[in-house]
Design a protein around this ligand. Structure first.
Ligand code: PEP
Length: 252
């Protein structure tokens, strides 16, 4: 059985005291409710070390990582630094990084590789823009993103990657892909991996859906056979919604 994951992505939100409050609530939620899915939170770099020290029931992820080993890259954080404070993984190639920081598929691939080399789990994000969906290019776009970033990896490496399919038109917009649209493209991504690495490996890889997932729409999406959980932005910022999403998974 592949891993089922509910992952939050806080983006650039929360002061230290707000972060501590939500992490404490979430940690205690997980401890008390023993969910059937893995619970991940992607949080700003600034709070990672403290979170790793205090909250042992959570998987703590960075929201990005540098593609470089070390050196003169002002403002960057390396995979080795993240590992040195026991961070569990990193979200890589989020559409906001692609859009605002012009990250390329090659760069994203280098980030995935260096994360794996340092024992971090990468959540690799892919997904098409609205105009690409409208012109029927979504399969092609997702194929290229996935092939360029991931198909350099060995079979042993790709098994450790988590994929998050996030149609850009659904992120933070209140619009979601229909459960059928999500299933269709998740199955397609899995078939690409199967073609390259074989069915056994493809069946082991968790593929999360992201894009305006809320307690009201999660059950239908999470129930689809190739959807292994969610990457959640807005609804991960309060315990009521995020707890409800974790519970939705546990109740399936
Ligand atoms: C995200 O940031 O990855 C995301 C899916 O955001 P939201 O849930 O707010 O659409």
């Amino acid at each position: 059985m592949r891993k089922k994951i509910v992952a939050g992505n806080w983006k650039m939100n929360k002061t230290l005291s707000e972060a501590n409050t939500l992490l404490a609530e979430l940690d205690s939620y997980v401890k008390t409710n023993n969910p059937k899915c893995e619970v991940v939170v992607g949080i700003p770099y600034l709070y990672l070390a403290n979170a790793k020290e205090k909250y042992e029931n959570l998987n703590i992820y960075a929201e990005d990582v540098s593609e470089h080993q070390s050196g003169a890259y002002t403002g960057e954080i390396s995979a080795e630094m993240l590992k040195s404070i026991q961070v569990d993984g990193a979200i890589i190639g989020h559409s906001e990084r692609r859009q605002y920081h012009k990250e390329t598929d090659e760069q994203i691939g280098a980030k995935v590789k260096i994360a794996l080399e340092n024992g971090l789990t990468p959540i690799f994000c892919n997904g098409e823009l609205l105009e690409e969906r409208k012109s029927g290019k979504h399969f092609e776009v997702v194929k290229k993103q996935t092939e360029v970033a991931l198909f350099q990896l060995s079979p042993e490496e790709i098994k450790k990657v988590v994929i998050a399919y996030e149609p850009v038109w659904a992120i933070g917009t209140g619009e979601t892909a229909t459960p059928e649209q999500a299933q269709e493209i998740h199955a397609y991504i899995r078939s690409l991996i199967a073609e390259k690495y074989g069915k056994e490996i493809a069946d082991e890889i968790s593929i999360l859906y992201g894009g305006s997932v809320k307690p009201a729409n999660a059950k239908e999406i999470f129930s689809k056979p190739d959807v292994d959980g969610g990457l959640i932005g807005g609804a991960s910022l309060n315990i009521k919604d995020f707890g409800a999403l974790i519970q939705t998974y546990s109740d399936l």
